[in-house]
Structures are given as C-alpha cells and as structure tokens.
Design a protein around this ligand. Structure first.
Ligand SMILES: [Zn+2]
Length: 216
C-alpha cells in the first residue's frame, strides 16, 4: 500500500497519518523530518540543503525529491508507506513517481472556521511531540508525558490564512490531478477525530478491494 496524505492545516494530517501507518503497517514518511535529518546528519545532500535553510530559503524541490525517493526505497519490513506531506504543488507532483503510488488521501474541510478553531487551539508537546488542543488539555500539560504544552509559533491567524490560500492555489491542482488518474480517496475531515479515522479506513479498504477486483 503506497499512499500520500494531503489536507490543509488543521485537517488532522499528522494524527491520521500516524494512525493509518500503525493500522496498515506502513512506513510513516514525514517529508519535513527527512529533510531535517539529512541536514542534522550532514550527509552530502544535507550540507547542500543547509546552505538554503540557514539563510531562510526553501530547499529546492529536486533535493527534497532526491531524499524522499531514497527513503521510499527502504521499506524496512513495512507493507508500504504513507507520505505526509508531498506532493504539495504541481512541481513536486511532476517530479514524483506517481505511477508507483496507489492513492492520495485528501482530508477535506469545507468550513474554514473549523480549521481556524482547530489550529488556533492547537498545542504541542515539546518533549514527546504529541499534538493536542486547549479543549482537551485545559491545564496546559501533556496528557501523555505531563510536560508543559506550547503553541507552535506559526499557529496564528495571519499565517494560517496565508497557508490556506497557498493550499488552494498550489495543492488543490495536485488533488485534481490524482482524481483524473483515478487515485483519489476523498474524506470529509470536518467531524470528530475518531469518526474521521473510521471513514478513512472504510474508504481505504473499499479502494483497495475495488483495485484488487479490477486486477483479477
Ligand atoms: Zn508529551
């Protein structure tokens, strides 16, 4: 099972990706993390990436795709992978091996007020990296490890509005391209998190059982 997951800020990508990865025994590939890892380990490509990030520039797509493809080749006993978050624009889409992917899961929330509320209430644990909400942890302590929770520096309204606009302009065309290939699993992610996860699993199961029927 080779998947990617896409969705705007606040759609629940991180949490759902972790749950999907556990349930289907998939390697959980976080694009931002593998870039950081290359930089931290000072690999040849990591050193080149550092030259960009250290002056506040984006790492060029070619380099990101190079390290991503390297990760996708090593399955380490998993039954596939799920990529969070790529391709986020058409440039990445064109440089990825889309043929090899089974499907893109698109988490959709039509009501942006829901996204705003989720993102502005979001808290993160600096110690175990759990993500929670002011509503679930009103005391401000991590429910898993007890550390003091913090807001992410970019979880504010102007940044969120910018990211939503960018999502519409750059990522929605990618979603349309997956749809045209018959590789889109669209999920309404506006509800409660367990209900959303259940819907994702039902749709994944249906997608792969239909795919298997077609291949017979
Ligand atoms: Zn914690």
């Amino acid at each position: 099972m080779k998947l990617v997951i896409l969705g705007p800020a606040g759609s629940g990508k991180g949490q759902n990706t972790a749950r999907i990865a556990r349930k289907y025994n998939l390697k959980h590939v976080v694009v931002g993390d593998i870039v950081k890892k290359e930089i931290r380990e000072k690999t040849d490509v990591g050193k080149i990436m550092y030259d960009y990030t250290s002056v506040g520039k984006f790492v060029p797509t070619n380099l990101v795709m190079q390290v991503l493809n390297k990760q996708l080749k090593k399955l380490d006993g998993y039954d596939g992978y799920i990529i969070d978050t790529a391709p986020i624009n058409m440039e990445q889409f064109e440089k990825m091996n889309i043929e090899e992917l089974d499907a893109a899961i698109s988490l959709e929330v039509a009501d942006y007020d829901i996204l705003r509320e989720r993102v502005l209430n979001r808290l993160r644990c600096p110690s175990c990296f759990a993500v929670t909400s002011v509503l679930d942890a009103p005391e401000g302590h991590c429910l898993d490890c007890g550390a003091e929770l913090e807001h992410r520096y970019d979880d504010n309204l102007p940044t969120l509005n910018f990211r939503l606009k960018q999502y519409e302009n750059e990522t929605v065309p990618v979603i349309k391209s997956f749809k045209a290939l018959g590789k889109l699993i669209k999920v309404d992610a506006s509800g409660d998190k367990d209900e959303v996860f259940k819907q994702i699993c039902n749709k994944i199961n249906r997608f792969f059982s239909n795919k298997a029927k077609k291949e017979v």
